[in-house]
Write a protein that binds this ligand. Structure first.
Ligand SMILES: [Zn+2]
Length: 373
């Protein structure tokens, strides 16, 4: 083993030194790592397999979502597995188990990467990928592997206004149960004022950033949910006027997911120019109020608490991803930078590098009772 490098200066907390990691970032003294450092469940570093920080940041964020981790750790997923596409879900279960129940302070997500890479070869390349796109692929694959078909009768709830009726989901999975929400678009013809409605499910909400320098998450939400007027080439055909007309479109949430994921659209395209917005977006750690954006009849879980953040440093082509996750066992926040894991105070969770935010409307319990300590 090479001689230990001096640890990076740290503003807060302790740098947890991780052993056995052959990642290009760290060569850590093994003995130091095992002293003074209790290994908490779910506080496990992930090896970088060559520019796979985007994958690690997403796996850490998903791993910190207790009901999801619980589903895989408890083996519940096995009964739901669809035969032809079980590889990604099984590999995901392995990495969750390693992160939550393993003895190592860092593990390799290699099996998971191979499983996903066999379907999407881009993830086998040693090039940087977009963490948000990767997240969507992972959620889709898990859903496909674990979905169940349901036959349901018609609505039966005549009291629910037409604009707010839910699409009847005929495929559900742990992914839809936790992450799937629904948007309702009201589309009004500005000539005859007739209104039509359209529903659309979502798992990630991509929010515009209304300022270059500083704003609040609520400003991004306001921007997303504000009424949009479609004119000129964007006019929509009105079935009453029987011609294209200027149209006002407004979205609201008709089903709020248990866990809502926001993608902050930092990568902006201006004509042919691409740029990254470095706006300092202030987001609350607790009590995010989505009430103003939810259809009144479905305001069940208005308050959300932050459970994970994916950060992006650097530029469009290069850059590095890390994650901040709240651990349900210790109730503390940790920074996960591949194999480097350290506890951070709540006050450090808000940064200008945030790219994805995970909020939950319910507190998480410890995913598995079997405590190792
Ligand atoms: Zn019309």
């Amino acid at each position: 083993m090479t001689s230990p490098r001096p640890l990076p200066a740290d503003d807060f907390g302790i740098y947890y030194v991780l052993a056995e990691c052959t990642d290009h970032y760290d060569t850590c003294p093994a003995n130091e790592a095992h002293e003074n450092r209790p290994h908490f469940q779910g506080v496990t570093g992930l090896r970088n397999l060559g520019n796979t920080c985007y994958m690690n940041a997403i796996l850490q964020s998903l791993g910190s979502i207790s009901p999801l981790a619980e589903y895989f750790l408890s083996g519940k997923y096995i009964t739901a597995l669809q035969k032809d596409c079980s590889e990604v879900a099984t590999a995901f279960a392995y990495v969750m188990t390693d992160m939550w129940l393993g003895d190592s302070e860092c593990v390799s997500p290699e099996i998971f990467r191979s499983a996903l890479g066999s379907l999407y070869p881009a993830f086998m390349k040693k090039t940087q990928q977009d963490a948000q796109e990767f997240l969507i692929y992972v959620l889709n694959e898990l859903h496909e592997a674990l979905k169940k078909y349901h036959r349901r009768r018609s609505y039966g709830k005549e009291s629910v206004p037409r604009c707010c009726r839910k699409v009847i989901a005929n495929e559900t999975s742990i992914i839809t149960q936790l992450f799937e929400g629904q948007l309702n678009y009201s589309i009004m013809c500005l000539k005859c004022e007739s209104c039509t409605y359209k529903n659309e499910v979502f798992t990630v909400l991509s929010l515009p950033i209304p300022s270059e320098y500083e704003c609040y998450l609520q400003d991004c939400l306001q921007c997303f949910f504000q009424q949009d007027t479609l004119t000129w080439n964007n006019q929509i055909h009105c079935s009453f006027c029987e011609t294209k007309q200027e149209t006002a479109v407004r979205a609201s949430i008709s089903k709020a997911p248990k866990i809502i994921i926001f993608h902050l659209k930092r990568f902006d395209i201006l004509g042919t120019m691409k740029r990254k917005l470095r706006t300092d977006i202030h987001y609350p750690l607790t009590n995010l109020d989505l009430t103003p954006f939810i259809c009144p009849v479905f305001r069940k879980h208005p308050k959300y608490n932050l459970c994970a953040v994916v950060n992006h440093f650097g530029d469009l082509d290069g850059g590095h991803y890390t994650a901040f996750c709240k651990n349900s066992v210790t109730q503390a926040w940790y920074s996960f930078d591949d194999t480097r894991v350290r506890e951070i105070p709540d006050t450090s969770v808000q940064t200008a590098t945030a790219y994805l935010l995970f909020y939950s409307c319910q507190p998480f319990s410890i995913p598995i009772k079997k405590c190792k300590s």
